[in-house]
Each structure stands twice: as structure tokens, then as C-alpha cells.
Ligand binder design. Structure first.
Ligand SMILES: [Zn+2]
Length: 451
């Protein structure tokens, strides 16, 4: 990334302690005066027709822009009226997106293959004649699941429409023309995993390979997740290397990573003494993870970084989690039935416990969470209103986040605390109505200094 100059447009001032700026026009001017670049593609409109004209003219020239856009945002210019309208859930009532049609092109479907993901789910993927969709060459597109293929009835040789919306994986939207000549039989999910040949199982809408980490596809996916930046953060252990390590049988489990010697890496394509030594050290240096990092790395379904931190705030080790009942897990704030079930099942699966055990035997020592225990704001949600004496808005937010809490812009039933400063807004009434605990600046300072 270092060689790619980053570029930014500024669109909004979210909060200012100065006199309120009255209109969005003025906000854009102010941003420019500060030397912050704003997007020239904007227009003040008085009627709906003007908006739709602007939408259409931008849509027609969007391929000529040097950056990707997926629509326009319509905003209320008058900032006082914005306050009156307020915010619903996460989105303000005074702004909404009007998306363009996703980019789409027609190409020929060559073959439907089945991919096996990290969690064992089988996904049909269409291999296509390469086609450029909005500046990106697409040669494979997802077909989601068996029903999706059935409904669209796409088969090899058919002409299909491929769409790509924003950063989403390209998908086959529909068939536009049947293959001329004899069509192949309709697609069916295989009865056996295409990677490890184990009989598949059905879980609701999904077809799953039940072999776990003895399935090479799942092992590769799990290793990739384990080593990722948010996980154990093992630098240079990319997918290509994982592929080679697994395919050549050099490693057969996640714990095997820690048994690799410098010489093992030298056998890999493109590896010399120095690069082998570096990767060996990166793996060895990852042996002392914080509990939440370790939990995330395991790739438990529904357990992202946040839930991993919530768990690490309640338990001191994987063993304690394994001992917890389903009810105990479900009683934890922010953990609903689906997540609780997934965690419970993971820690009651023999293979998973063996994997954790092997990792420990291989020298992985899990550290207790740094901000763990009763002191942490982990999982707490804050809303700020009005002006504080000792903190700017962003300083207060930073403080909360550094202690594991979160800030959101509007009061909901999930809000734990409202922090009120001088001249609070309508959020204060909303917090009272919902019985949210209200902290003035002193109480807020006490709360965070206790920690
Ligand atoms: Zn398999």
C-alpha cells in the first residue's frame, strides 16, 4: 500500500463546539477554507426533478470518474431542520442514499464448480469467460447455494448477466440466453466433499462438509484466518504459502505450524535462508496471544473481534469457556442464542478441544486479557450530548474506546450510558424516556478514572 498515494474527499462536519454552521453549503465552504478537499460533484436542489436530473447525469458519467461510486446521497441543507428530524437507529432521517444500478455485463458461463469454505460450507461458483465489469475483470462469480442455481437455471454454455456492486463479490444475476445445442443436466450439489471426499451433511439452507480440519479446504481456510492480522498476526504467512504447506503435507493441523523448523521453509518455492528465518521467527513470536486474540483466531462461527473481547472479559481461559453451560453463555450481554449455541458447540467438540490442547503443547501460552475483569468498559455503549469542559467530543470517544466501550450517535435500548455536557440536545430526553443511566461530566470522569 505504501506506494499507492491515498486520496480523500471530505463530506461532512459531524460535530463542532463552535457556533453551529447553518447549512450544508456552508459546511462544504468551511471544509474548503480549511484546505480539506470536497467533491465537486454536488448540487443544491430545490425540487425532486432537479435531484433526479443530477442522479441521471452523474450515472451517465460515472465510468469516466477516476474513483468508484455506487450512488448519490441526498441531504437536507438546513442544519437546524436536521436536528429536528433526528436519527433513526444508525441512519439520520435527513440524509439517504440513492444507489445506481449495480454494474453488470453479459458473458458465457463455462463451468460450475463447488468451493469449500473455512467453516465447511459448500458454495457453487460460476467460472466465466473473463469480462470487464466496471473496470474490474471478472472470471468467477458466486451462485450462493443450490437453490440459487436451480432458480436461475444456469448451465454451462449459457449466456449470463454478471453484476458487481461496490466491494461485494460478483454474482451471476440471471440467465439471458440458453446454450445453443444440447444443454447439460441441471446442477446438483455433490454428495461428497469435492476436496476430501467425506459425505456431506445438510444444515438448513447449507450443504456442509463435516470433516472439520481433516478436510484440506477447511484446514487452509482456518490457517489463513488463524494467521490473519486480526488473529495471531503472523506476518508473511500468506495464502500461497499455506496452500503449499498443506498440499505438500508439511503440516496437517494448525498446531503443526509451531513445529516447523527453518529448514522446512527452505523447501518452499522462492524461499531462501533469510526469508525462511523471518517466517520461522514470525510464527514463534505469535506464541503469546491475549485471550481475545486467541479466541478470534480459532474461527468460531459468529465470533468476531468484538464478541471475542466480550468472552475474554468474562472468562480467563479457553478451559473456563469449555466448562460453561449454554445458559451461562447466553446470559452474557451481547451474546444471543445463535452465538451462544455456536460457542457452546465449538467447545463441546472433541476435535476442537484437541486442537486447543495441541496448540498449548506446542508452546502457545495464552495471556489474560489486558483490560479484563470488572474494570473494563467492554461491551458498554455510550452516547454523548452537549459540550464537555475537559474533553472534546473525540477525546471522550477515544477514552471510552480505549477502555473497550463503544460510542454511538443516537440513544437506543442498547445504550448503557448517556454522557451529558453543557447544552444537551434531544438525546437527553430520549435517554430519560428509555431509562438510560445519565452521567454528568464529573460522574463520567469518576467512571473512567476508576478504570
Ligand atoms: Zn471436505
Amino acid at each position: 500500500m505504501a506506494d499507492k498515494p491515498l486520496d480523500i474527499f471530505f463530506y461532512e462536519i459531524i460535530f463542532s463546539s463552535e457556533d453551529e454552521i447553518e447549512s450544508h453549503r456552508e459546511v462544504l465552504k468551511q471544509l474548503s477554507r480549511w484546505g480539506l478537499r470536497t467533491n465537486p460533484e454536488n448540487k443544491k436542489c430545490k425540487k425532486f426533478e432537479e435531484i433526479s436530473d443530477f442522479y441521471e447525469s452523474l450515472d451517465s458519467k460515472r465510468n469516466g470518474l477516476y474513483y468508484d461510486i455506487d450512488g448519490i446521497v441526498i441531504k437536507l441543507d438546513d442544519r437546524k431542520l436536521r436536528k429536528k428530524l433526528g436519527t433513526r437507529d444508525r441512519s439520520p432521517r435527513w440524509a439517504f442514499a440513492w444507489k445506481f444500478e449495480p454494474k453488470k455485463e453479459i458473458t458465457t458461463l463455462r463451468e460450475i464448480i463447488v468451493q469449500v469454505g473455512r467453516t465447511g460450507i459448500l458454495t457453487p461458483v460460476a467460472l466465466l469467460d473473463p469480462v470487464e465489469v466496471g473496470g474490474v475483470t471478472v472470471s468467477r462469480a458466486t451462485l450462493h447455494n443450490e437453490d440459487d442455481v436451480k432458480n436461475k437455471d444456469v448451465r454451462p454454455g449459457d449466456k449470463v448477466r454478471v453484476i458487481r456492486a461496490g466491494d461485494v463479490i460478483p454474482e451471476v444475476a440471471e440467465r439471458v440466453e440458453k446454450h445453443k445445442g444440447k444443454r447439460q443436466t441441471p446442477f446438483k450439489m455433490p454428495e461428497k466433499c469435492p476436496v476430501c471426499n467425506t459425505g456431506v451433511a445438510r444444515e438448513g439452507a447449507y450443504v456442509v462438509c463435516p470433516a472439520g480440519l481433516s478436510c484440506k479446504a477447511q484446514l487452509k481456510g482456518s490457517l489463513s484466518h488463524f494467521a490473519s492480522r486480526d488473529g495471531m498476526n503472523i506476518e508473511n504467512l500468506g495464502d500461497r504459502i499455506i496452500e503449499e504447506l498443506v498440499e505438500r503435507g508439511i503440516i496437517e493441523s494448525i498446531a503443526d505450524l509451531y513445529h516447523l523448523e527453518v529448514n522446512d521453509f527452505k523447501k518452499l518455492e522462492g524461499f531462501a535462508e533469510k526469508s525462511s528465518q523471518k517466517l520461522y521467527e514470525a510464527i514463534q513470536n505469535s506464541k503469546n496471544p491475549q485471550l481475545s486474540v486467541f479466541l478470534y483466531s480459532l474461527g468460531i462461527r459468529h465470533v468476531g473481534r468484538h464478541i471475542a473481547r466480550v468472552l475474554a472479559g468474562k472468562f480467563n481461559s479457553p478451559d473456563e469457556i469449555a466448562d460453561a453451560s449454554y445458559e451461562e453463555l447466553e446470559n452474557i450481554e451481547e451474546i444471543g442464542p445463535e452465538i451462544a449455541e455456536s460457542i457452546f458447540n465449538f467447545f463441546n467438540n472433541k476435535d476442537n478441544l484437541t486442537m486447543i490442547d495441541e496448540l498449548k503443547k506446542s508452546g502457545v501460552k495464552i495471556r489474560k486479557e489486558e483490560s479484563a475483569g470488572a474494570k473494563s468498559l467492554d461491551g458498554k455503549t455510550f452516547v454523548l450530548t452537549g459540550e464537555l469542559d475537559e474533553f472534546t467530543r473525540s477525546q471522550a470517544e477515544e477514552k471510552i474506546e480505549s477502555l473497550g466501550g463503544r460510542t454511538t450517535s443516537s440513544v437506543s435500548d442498547n445504550t448503557d450510558y448517556l454522557v451529558r455536557g453543557k447544552d444537551p440536545g434531544s438525546k437527553l430526553d430520549e435517554a430519560r424516556k428509555r431509562g438510560v443511566e445519565i452521567l454528568d461530566e464529573n460522574k463520567f470522569k469518576k467512571l473512567i478514572s476508576r478504570l
